[in-house]
Write a protein that binds this ligand. Structure first.
Ligand SMILES: Cc1ncc(COP(=O)(O)O)c(C=O)c1O
Length: 448
């Protein structure tokens, strides 16, 4: 517990407090340990960038439900639209009797996603489901079976999602066999490039390897798609160069391979543009979206070139709950909020503030090896020393836990579990942002 007076964070009890402890006991008895948890307490209220728990403690949320809440907790416009929708109908099921918000949202996403070509969109429930369907569509369209993803990539916990993902523990360990015909390529990690190698040289080497890959692993004409996160999320907020992303797209075009951008974590303003692909001037053939599309309602989307999206026959894609009316109306409001509340500009401001504060901390704390990000998708990578860059995973876990105890909800990431990532709602106020960063700085001061 911190003794400092705060304006927003209000931690009255050790975390977990007495009410949370009772619920934790119950949770341990009734819920398997598999679904991981971060802050050992239970929410009762969320508003903007603030979360209150069952013991009356208030937190500043720097996790935003793992990047799901760019529009914040319970944005009033979304809540109002949801209430209105609840008075009309909850779920006729698009496959039974269609409803307008589904078509309206599809039209909107076709307009706002990169590229002016004809597009089509359909909806699912989760990120992993969107990824699964993007691959199904790519296979059907191309008539090819192989798929390439990238090392450190994360695409979900379903069988194909796990197969495309490359962080073995915990995501894949013990769950094989995985889906066949899935291959991994290297994605540039400039901070950990071989000593003396420039980012440009690394890009060239990896692009060359991709071409060689077609000679030794799988023929290019058997590859349906390459799926790529424009910035690796779970992999540690690793930002590639424009040259690399454009190089991958050029290779796709050369060989008739579809380029799938997995914008599930990077989308809806997180990186300071509506979609991160816009930073790279690359127009994907297919895009997957989910987190932050609808302020926490479970909905995901696949958008792509019309001719590609129309490859599956009626009934081959979809699902009972896909594109629920509640998700659709929430998403339409979130998209409107992006413009009305200047959330892209806000993302860039947040990014600048967080990067600058972390850079100042980096001057004091040798443990901060790298500060990086794009827009408001910012992270610090912790190392035991800057020379060896040995990952400081234990310290990272301690810092994250202590920030959480002191009222700033933070998350780690990275293949080595040594990255602290910031995914605060974009509606966070300047004062809340400053207060949360003060607390993080205080924790670094004491533990690093
Ligand atoms: C880039 C990316 N793809 C896919 C997923 C999977 O989404 P979900 O957890 O909704 O299945 C995630 C989730 O973190 C993600 O970040």
């Amino acid at each position: 517990m911190s003794s400092t007076t705060r304006s927003y964070v209000n931690i009255q009890t050790p975390i977990p407090g007495p009410n949370a402890k009772g619920l934790l006991d119950k949770k341990e008895q009734h819920v398997p340990r598999g679904p991981f948890t971060t802050v050992p307490t239970f929410a009762v209220k969320g508003e903007g960038a603030l979360l209150t728990d069952v013991d009356g403690n208030t937190f500043i949320d720097f996790a935003g439900a793992i990047g799901t809440l760019n529009a914040g907790h319970c944005p009033p416009k979304v809540v109002e639209a949801l209430k209105e929708q609840l008075d009309k109908y909850i779920h006729p099921c698009f496959h039974v009797m269609m409803y307008e918000p589904y078509v309206e949202l599809a039209e909107k996403l076709n307009q706002i996603t990169p590229g002016t070509h004809a597009k089509k969109t359909f909806f699912l429930n989760s990120g992993a489901e969107a990824v699964e369907n993007a691959i199904k569509i790519a296979r059907k369209y191309t008539g090819r079976k192989a798929v390439i993803s990238f090392e450190r990539g994360f695409h979900g916990r379903t069988l194909l999602g796990m197969s495309l993902t490359s962080k073995v523990k915990p995501y894949k360990y013990g769950f094989g066999p995985f889906a066949p015909d899935v291959y991994k390529m290297q994605y540039p990690y400039y901070y950990r490039a071989p000593q003396g190698m420039t980012p440009e040289a690394l890009d060239q080497e990896l692009l060359k390897k991709l071409e060689e890959f077609f000679l030794v692993e799988v023929a290019a004409e058997e590859v349906a798609a390459i799926i790529m996160e424009p910035v690796q999320g779970e992999g540690g907020f690793v930002v590639p160069s424009k040259t690399f992303v454009q190089g991958v797209k050029a290779i796709c075009e050369k060989h008739g391979i579809l380029f799938i951008a997995d914008e599930i974590q990077t989308g809806f303003g997180r990186t300071g543009k509506l979609f991160a692909m816009e930073h790279f001037d690359v127009i994907p053939d297919i895009m997957t979206m989910s987190k932050s599309i609808a302020a926490g309602l479970p909905i995901s989307a696949v958008t792509g070139r019309s001719e590609v999206m129309d490859a599956p026959e009626p009934g081959q894609i979809g699902g009972t709950y896909g594109g629920s009316p509640l998700g659709c109306v929430a998403a339409l409001k979130v998209i409107a909020m992006m413009e009305e509340e200047n959330l892209l500009e806000k993302a860039n401001q947040i990014g600048k503030t967080v990067i600058s504060r972390f850079q100042t901390m980096q001057e004091k704390h040798a443990v901060i090896g790298d500060v990086r990000g794009l827009g408001a998708m910012v992270a610090v990578e912790l190392v035991l020393d800057r020379e060896s860059k040995t990952p400081a995973d234990e310290l990272t876990a301690k810092i994250v836990a202590e920030c959480n105890r002191r009222g700033v909800v933070t998350l780690s990431a990275g293949i080595f579990k040594n990255v602290i990532r910031i995914l605060s709602p974009l509606v966070i106020t300047d004062a809340q942002l400053a207060e949360a960063l003060d607390i993080i700085e205080e924790v670094f001061g004491e533990l690093a």
